[in-house]
Design a protein around this ligand. Structure first.
Ligand SMILES: NC(=O)c1ccc[n+]([C@@H]2O[C@H](COP(=O)([O-])OP(=O)(O)OC[C@H]3O[C@@H](n4cnc5c(N)ncnc54)[C@H](O)[C@@H]3O)[C@@H](O)[C@H]2O)c1
Length: 548
């Protein structure tokens, strides 16, 4: 049936519609583009000309090819021009009443066998479908911005959609060379449902003063994402972000989807992000320095002591050596100390006596993730460390304050979390008793050790895990609910949001045990049911299995 598709209409030639029209025409289809008036039509033509013009400039398209693409797109302000289209894609603004009006018009002018599709991001396709006389011919076709670049297209069927109508859209998406995932009609579909849960938490995190906007963005960017969450929301538009969160919340009633109050405040104040010059960031003023920029450099690097003998301890020692720091280590027993020494490329002073740490400026604990083990260790380190030394814990789920309270110098204790031990990012968590000067010096030390420090409060998950792991947990819930399979979920985040890895594959990579531990810690702290690890995650973890 896809082969018989010749002419496709696009209603609304804004950001998305113009991009969709371009993609269709590039694949050799005849396109009819509809706008609301002459001015809007002119703007639409402008979008098409400048987008294809950029491709010519970049050498991706010849001038002749550009002309051929533009010639294939007929522009009109009359819905009547859609009468012989096989398929029409609606891309007007995200308002249900407007979309329903457009579909009523389409219903009147389009052939009875024509398929009508909506590019809605968050509205119910079913609600749009039932306002027409052909609900079985209505499909969702959710392109991502910019449509010519982003590979993902979510194809949405309702409980009423005929398989033949769905096949028309599936064949088209394949013909366009896009990655199509077919799913049912749930608010946010796959990509936005998972993305906005995460974005909304980032907004709430900023609102709570947990970390600065720059540090939140820097931390998440360091995990390989194309941009930080607050920058992304400014780009999407805070009004759009608010709408999408509202739509998802209406369906899930999950408090984590209830728009963060700060979003509504920004929107009420007319601060909509990049398009109005101000949102989370001001685009007409210089950026506020990050924790890293504030820190400056300390020379020489601190003398570091590492306690532990696992892979994290070894990675820490290696990192210190690379930065030219004087480093020594303490392991639990002689055998472990020998194993650490053997794992290192150069000789390092080490052993089993904590007294080795007496002269260290920074002592980093990287022993087993067990509160009582860590507490006893902190009490013992407290006895040997010199006055003024900073004691840091790499604990991921034990509150820093628990360990600070085990010493007689709680003001000198910080959390130091490395989401990727080999990577650059280092999260420094301060407690309610950490001295300001200690926090500053810890940031300087970490910078001198070649890491990118970000600062946050002593809360479960710091920045990265608190934002990343619940998103991964949401992906498991989605999988468990039968809404989409692992491949579709991973494809949606990779090809729709530009993530380097899909959430299910990411869980296998970071380890299910780590995800379960973080979720339990977040649940214990917030008592929010949605944070609790889902049954499937717990089950796979207990079975020692992975998702793939
Ligand atoms: N912008 C994004 O990143 C993005 C991504 C995916 C999906 N979407 C969805 O795509 C749709 C369009 O979003 P957009 O960002 O392109 O909006 P937009 O405001 O850039 O474009 C909408 C266009 O529709 C035109 N229009 C309005 N009423 C019309 C009518 N009655 N008939 C014909 N044209 C009409 C407007 O003149 C405008 O040019 C929305 O449903 C949105 O949720 C947007």
């Amino acid at each position: 049936m896809g082969a018989s598709l010749n002419k496709v209409g696009v209603v609304g030639l804004g950001t998305m519609g113009a991009g969709i029209a371009e993609v269709l025409a590039r694949s050799g289809l005849d396109v009819v583009g509809i706008e609301v008036g002459d001015e809007a039509l002119k703007r639409g033509r402008g979008h098409l000309e400048s987008s294809t013009g950029r491709a010519v400039k970049r050498g991706k398209l010849s001038a002749e090819e550009q002309q051929a693409i533009l010639d294939r797109i007929e522009l009109s302000t009359s819905f009547g021009a859609l009468s012989d289209c096989d398929l029409v894609v609606e891309a007007v603004p995200e308002q249900l009443a407007l979309k329903r009006r457009v579909f009523e018009q389409l219903d009147e002018v389009c052939r009875a066998d024509a398929v009508l599709a909506t590019n809605t991001s968050s509205l119910s396709v079913t609600e749009i479908a039932v306002s027409t006389n052909r609900p079985e011919q209505i499909v969702g076709v959710h392109f991502f911005n910019p449509a010519p670049v982003m590979k993902l297209v979510e194809i949405i069927h309702t409980v009423l959609t005929r398989p033949e109508a769905l096949a028309v859209v599936q064949d088209l998406v394949e013909r366009l060379g896009k990655v199509g995932v077919t799913i049912g009609d749930r608010a946010g579909f796959i990509a936005n449902r998972l993305l906005f849960g995460y974005l909304n938490q980032a907004a709430a995190m900023y609102d709570s003063g947990h970390a600065t906007r720059e540090d939140i963005d820097a931390a998440m960017k360091a995990t390989g994402l194309p941009m930080g969450p607050l920058t992304l929301m400014d780009l999407i538009g805070l009004d759009v972000s608010l709408e999408v969160c509202e739509a998802i919340y209406r369906e899930t009633r999950d408090r984590r989807h209830a728009p963060a109050p700060i979003l509504r405040q920004f929107v009420t104040a007319g601060l909509l992000g990049r398009k109005t010059g101000r949102g989370f960031y001001s685009y007409d003023r210089p950026a506020v320095p990050t924790a890293q920029a504030e820190a400056g450099a300390v020379e020489p690097p601190p003398r570091v002591g590492v306690v532990g003998s696992g892979p994290l301890a070894v990675a820490l020692i290696r990192g210190c050596l690379r930065a030219g720091a004087d480093v020594r280590f303490v392991a639990g027993d002689t055998e472990k100390a020998q194993a650490v020494a053997a794992a290192l490329e150069q000789p390092v002073e080490g052993g089993t006596e904590l007294a080795l740490l007496a002269e260290c400026d920074l002592i980093i604990e990287a022993v087993a993730e067990d509160t009582s083990v860590k507490r006893s260790l902190f009490a013992a380190v407290d006895d040997v460390a010199k006055p003024g030394a900073i004691l840091a814990t790499t604990a991921t789920t034990v509150p820093v304050i628990e360990l600070a309270a085990a010493t007689d110098r709680p003001q000198d204790v910080v959390g130091l979390h490395l989401p990727d031990p080999e990577g650059e990012l280092a999260e420094i968590a301060t407690t309610v008793v950490t001295a300001t000067e200690v926090a500053r010096r810890a940031t300087e030390y970490v910078t001198a050790l070649g890491k990118h420090p970000v600062r946050c409060r002593d809360r479960a998950g710091f920045i990265v895990d608190a934002l990343r792991v619940p998103y991964l947990g949401d992906a498991v819930r989605m999988l468990e609910s039968g809404y989409a399979d692992a491949d579709a979920i991973d494809a949606a985040m990779r090809y729709g949001c530009g993530y380097p890895i899909g959430p299910i594959a990411d869980l296998d990579r970071i380890g299910l045990g780590h995800a379960v531990e973080v979720l339990r810690a977040l649940y214990t702290e917030h008592r929010e049911p949605a944070y609790a690890p889902s049954a499937l995650l717990e089950e796979l973890f207990t079975a020692g299995r992975t998702f793939r």
